[in-house]
Design a protein around this ligand. Structure first.
Ligand code: ARG
Length: 232
């Protein structure tokens, strides 16, 4: 190929590339942890689905992005934002002071609280959260449920990668209670066929869920906050 032909070919290629580049939507890399129904779970087709996934997909579409959902450990979500492996984390994530030092949160999109599940067999000895001291508790790793469990029964908390594992451990009796977000506890209870598991009356904390982004990404934060009425 002569030099002039080469220049021409390159020019055509870059014009084509520019066309494709402007037509294609930018990809928004979304981190989530899909063992937390109804907010995120693996659907029948093997793909993450749920309230959060639908919310972020709708917000992203409006802002002109395509979403790529990456399922990861709950305790990896914030580090993935800090290292820019993810653009966004949505995972029923409670806005906490500690997390807000590391990442930026949108305005709250859901109000939640924690609750406690126990085995029915223990209902006479465990009547409230104050009866949990010294008892073995189960929770999902890195969650506010795990932190609260640690306050209720210091040094006696077993943490699991997924919320269903913690639930299973309670069922087989390897822990006396699980501390977890109430909507997820209720979801498990609704799916549970045995009447083995009970929810205590305690509600712990006023949690607000937010969508997290890298602290420097104020442009994306603004886009995610636009057109959405925060819960108060
Ligand atoms: N709201 C709790 C927290 O922020 C639990 C969230 C767990 N989410 C999940 N997708 N596993 O710590």
């Amino acid at each position: 190929m002569k030099y002039s032909q080469f220049i021409k070919a390159t020019a055509i290629a870059s014009a084509l590339f520019a066309t494709f580049a402007t037509n294609a939507n930018e990809v928004l890399k979304v981190g989530s942890e899909a063992t937390f129904p109804p907010f995120e779970f693996i659907g029948a087709d093997g793909v993450p689905t749920g309230f959060d996934i639908e919310l972020i997909t709708a917000l992203a579409q409006k802002a002109g992005y395509e979403v790529e959902i990456n399922n990861m450990g709950f305790d990896s979500l914030v580090p993935a934002l800090i290292t820019s492996q993810s653009d966004v984390a949505i995972a029923g994530m409670t806005i906490t002071e500690e997390r807000a030092k590391k990442v930026a949160f949108t305005t709250p999109y859901y109000k939640s609280t924690l609750s406690i599940l126990i085995n029915k067999n223990d209902k006479d000895t465990i009547k409230s959260k104050d009866d949990l001291k010294g008892k073995k508790l189960c929770a999902q790793i890195g969650t506010t449920g795990a932190m609260t469990a640690e306050e209720l029964s210091p040094g006696n908390v077993a943490t699991y990668n997924g919320a269903p594992e913690a639930f299973m451990e309670l069922k087989i009796g390897s822990c006396s209670a699980i501390v977890n977000d109430r909507p997820v506890n209720l979801y498990f209870l609704a799916k549970e066929t045995s009447d083995q598991i009970l929810e205590l009356n305690d509600r712990i904390g006023d949690d607000s869920y937010g969508i997290a982004v890298n602290k420097n990404n104020t442009e994306l934060l603004d886009k995610l906050n636009t057109d959405r009425n925060p819960v108060d």
